[in-house]
Design a protein around this ligand. Structure first.
Ligand code: COA
Length: 414
């Protein structure tokens, strides 16, 4: 049995934030019914296509384990079918532009009338306030949530991360909200509204940067590369590759960096492992020298510490350097390219990287469920073709007979 077996999700999501949420719930065993506009479906089916007329990897990698029904929720018959689906589902999830479901006639009040047990979950760009009506994509959220202003180097512009913390990050937050609401419903019998704003989700992930904003009032942030020779202004600065915690860290070049853009290693100069680090890089002299042998002495000259580490790592590949440093408990890790991650046998073995078969695309690689439950293992099955399960859902979930299904088709509702 899967953890969420028996839970039925009406999935009105599109693009990335909403689909990541419902994909997680599907991996935990929920029956996720993806409602898509007839003819086109989720716009990502056709975006960033690598093969003509085949669902894009953008779509397939965000919509595993779901069923697809096409439904025009702006037509009368489509609204009737949608109403019946709300009656038979536990959760409805959507991430349309603000107000889209209300404009279709499905406000929160209306949904509660249709099904008082329904949990209605939404992603929006912003919560209530001056920006609430804005349409938002990933990088807008990263900028508005504090990630961009705190990412990059001091002498450069704000930078957005490759990790989709605005979209997939908010999808994760929403999934937790839904599961929590389902848990509460067990006791109250009532559904509730679950809302996650992408700005809020990003800010939650940037929590430590708001911590630093307040620390600034009490002196410079000593773990930032601006200390002691740079300038601090009135807002949390960009920290480059500094590790941000009490343990200084940086990315250093390794052998081959001139040709390989990812020949780098992240090294943390943890006080407890300093002796092993100093000996590994042949700077045993630091151990007796009060100029170097305490964290406080090293702090104002961390750039020199990392320069010395780099002189050594430049003579090793990132993996060789990691092997030496791990043997003496130095926290470190290679910068891995997407190619290396795709080929990593350990990630294949745990199901975090999986190969999936698709009828029109063939085999492709995807990221499986990163959350491992011992009693509810996740199997990754392919994303549905547009409307692949329309008839099946109308028949099995709504109990419509062949005549009613044919009529819905004639009316252009499905
Ligand atoms: N049948 C009929 N109409 C449908 C439909 C269906 N099955 N599915 C969607 N539509 C309609 C919507 O009702 C909406 O119509 P309206 O504008 O008349 O109200 C329309 O299609 C388009 O929806 P919208 O959400 O406005 O799409 P968009 O492409 O213009 O905007 C986003 C895309 C992502 C910017 C926007 O949806 C958004 O800001 N979402 C919230 C934040 C978010 O999740 N962003 C991250 C995306 S990864």
């Amino acid at each position: 049995m899967k953890a969420l077996e028996g839970v039925r999700i009406l999935d009105m999501t599109h693009v990335q934030s909403g689909p990541t949420c419902t994909q997680l719930l599907a991996w935990f065993g929920a029956d996720v019914i993806k409602v898509e506009r007839p003819g086109t479906g989720d716009p990502t089916r056709a975006q960033l296509r690598d093969l003509p007329d085949v669902d894009s990897l953008y779509f397939t990698m965000l919509n595993h384990n779901k069923r697809s029904i096409t439904l025009n929720t702006k037509r009368d018959k489509g609204k009737d079918i949608f109403t019946s689906l709300i009656q038979r589902c536990d959760v409805i999830v959507e991430n349309f532009a603000p107000g889209a479901l209300d404009r279709m006639g499905f406000s929160w009040e209306r949904m509660q009338q249709i099904n008082p047990k329904i949990i209605y979950a939404s992603v929006k760009g912003f919560g209530p306030g001056p920006y609430e009506d804005l349409k938002v994509y990933e990088n807008v959220a990263q900028c508005a949530g504090g990630a961009a202003s705190t990412t990059g180097f001091d002498d450069g512009p704000p930078v957005v991360a490759g990790a989709q913390i605005g979209d997939s990050g908010t999808g994760l937050h929403l999934a937790l909200g839904i599961v929590t609401a389902l848990f509460q419903r067990e006791k109250t019998g009532r559904g509730q509204r679950v809302e996650c704003a992408m700005q809020d989700g990003v800010l939650n992930l940037c929590r430590v940067k708001l911590r630093d904003q307040q620390r600034l009032a009490h002196g410079p942030l000593k773990e930032y590369p601006q200390y002691p020779n740079g300038t601090f202004h009135d807002a949390t600065p960009r920290a480059g590759n500094a590790s941000g915690g009490g343990q200084p860290g940086w990315i250093v070049k390794c052998k081959g960096w001139e040709e390989d853009p990812n020949a780098y290693l992240y090294v943390i100069v943890q006080a407890a492992a300093f002796e092993g680090l100093a000996r590994s890089i042949r700077r045993e002299d630091w151990l007796e020298d009060p100029e170097w042998n305490t964290p406080a002495a090293r702090l104002p000259k961390l750039d020199q510490v990392f320069d010395e580490i780099e002189k050594w790592t430049l003579t090793k590949t990132k993996f060789e350097a990691m092997e030496t440093l791990r043997a003496v408990d130095v926290p470190c890790g290679p910068v891995l390219s997407m190619k290396e991650l795709a080929e990593d046998p350990a990630l294949r073995a745990t199901g975090t990287v999986v190969e999936v078969d698709h009828p029109t695309r063939g085999r492709y690689l995807s990221v499986g469920n990163p959350i491992k439950l011992s009693d509810s293992p996740s199997e990754v099955t392919r994303s549905p073709l547009l409307g692949e399960h329309t008839d099946e859902i109308l028949r099995d979930v709504l109990g419509m007979d062949a005549e009613a299904v044919a009529a819905a088709k004639t009316e252009g509702a499905v």
